[in-house]
Design a binder for this molecule. Structure first.
Ligand code: SF4
Length: 418
């Protein structure tokens, strides 16, 4: 892990929602976007609150029509997370959203008709929030940077793009556009800015953000755009965002899926937790992938443990669910609470101390009971996470645990004469 690149800091939110800081020494924040219509107030409020409950720090809503910005005051009154208005094409939507009291505007100056309109939005953002101002995210997306109105310019840009099948020309256009857009903001003495440069291609996203991070000190909003459904988008997003964050680049993230945005929040948080960039909330589950040694239904057990822990455990304890004696003791030693299975039974450990051996049908309940008891001790200050009190002595796999006994016996060589 590289140290995080130093950036300026912006603040998103107010006294009521709390202020989320982006950049500087602030923790990397997780953003997402609603998938429904903003003008459907009840549904929009319900979606925002569901995303906030899942852990979203900031939620963005699209405001393509006047009825969407008209809905914002009621939405803001019923939600308690900072809200960003996503504006494309119509600068008036940005002005209306600022007037409604949103906490940040996302703008792609490239699709606003003229510079005077962008300036009007900048001035409105500067004056908002009782003169304290609200920030603007300046976004260039790979899909929308090629010139559309000026046909000659478009031909030249497309020619440069397709004339070079590597992505160097595309990066050059993205950076040139960004510089061009930022000049408008600087001319207005407006630096309350966050930058994004998204692509659907993970390698372009990595190169674009790396390049931009070396040129500007504004905080960066990372994302791989149009990444697809969770099943494939997850890998593409984490490949790019994981590489960038590990390299010290990125101040806020949005993972985007063609799926329920709750998955965006869950995966964004898991990514930051995995990289140690945020303090984990809730249990961290370690589980073996199972193999031919397995003698309990570990895959079902693991899923049940995952959902049960998410519901009942709020301290970041490590919980291991292992299939047999081969790797079970090692993982159990590193975990706060662990089970490793044998022949239709499981041995449960708490910080290395063996507390129970139970039949398969009772593993889930007993494991949860031990996790809750351990959590209570942590809350009371009687136990500390990550402490190892006892070295685990692995049970005899052919003896009491019976793990793989038949297979071990079947594989044993019989040496003639013995
Ligand atoms: S812990 Fe045992 S059952 Fe699980 S993958 Fe490893 S060897 Fe296989």
């Amino acid at each position: 892990m590289q140290p995080r690149r130093k950036t300026r800091q912006i603040a998103v939110g107010d006294e009521r929602t709390g202020v989320v800081r982006i950049g500087g020494d602030a923790p990397v924040s997780v953003q997402t976007m609603t998938s429904g219509f903003t003008h459907d107030i009840d549904a929009c409020v319900a979606e925002i609150n569901r995303l906030a409950a899942a852990g979203a720090d900031i939620v963005r809503v699209a405001v393509p029509e006047k009825k969407d910005t008209a809905a914002l005051p009621e939405i803001l009154a019923q939600t308690s997370v900072p809200i960003v208005a996503d504006v494309h094409f119509h600068y008036r939507r940005a002005l209306e959203a600022v007037e409604a009291g949103v906490h940040k505007i996302r703008l792609n100056p490239g699709n606003i008709a003229d510079r005077a309109q962008v300036i009007e939005v900048i001035r409105a953002c500067k004056a908002a929030n009782s003169g304290r101002g609200i920030p603007i995210r300046v976004g260039v997306n790979e899909g929308s940077i090629i010139e559309r109105k000026d046909k000659q310019k478009r031909a030249a840009e497309l020619g440069a793009f397709f004339g070079d099948h590597k992505h160097g020309a595309l990066l050059a256009i993205m950076i040139a556009k960004l510089e061009e857009y930022l000049d408008i903001f600087y001319e207005q003495d407006f630096t309350d800015i966050c930058i994004s440069a998204k692509s659907m291609d993970a390698t372009i996203a990595i190169d674009a953000y790396t390049e931009i991070s070396q040129r500007f000190d504004h905080p960066l909003h990372l994302g791989v755009t149009h990444a697809g459904p969770v099943e494939t988008g997850r890998i593409r997003s984490v490949a790019a965002l994981g590489a960038l964050l590990a390299g010290g680049v990125g101040d806020t993230i949005r993972i985007s899926y063609a799926s329920d945005p709750v998955h965006e929040v869950e995966d964004g948080l898991e990514l930051l937790w995995s990289l140690g960039l945020r303090d984990r909330k809730g249990a961290e589950l370690i589980a073996c992938p199972t193999c031919g040694r397995i003698q309990v239904d570990l895959l079902t057990l693991t899923q049940r443990v995952r959902t049960t822990l998410a519901e009942h455990i709020d301290v970041p304890m490590k919980v291991a669910v292992m299939g047999c004696v081969v790797n079970g003791p090692g993982e159990a030693e590193g975990a706060d609470v662990a089970v490793f299975a044998g022949d239709r039974k499981g041995i449960i450990y708490v910080q290395g101390e063996r507390v129970a051996t139970v039949p398969e049908a009772e593993i889930l309940d007993r494991l949860l009971a031990e996790c809750r008891a351990f959590q209570d001790r942590v809350h009371a200050g009687d136990a500390r996470l990550g402490e190892k009190n006892v070295n685990i002595v692995p049970p005899d796999p052919e003896g009491e645990l019976g793990s793989g006994w038949a297979k071990i016996a079947a594989a044993r060589l019989t040496v003639e004469g013995e």
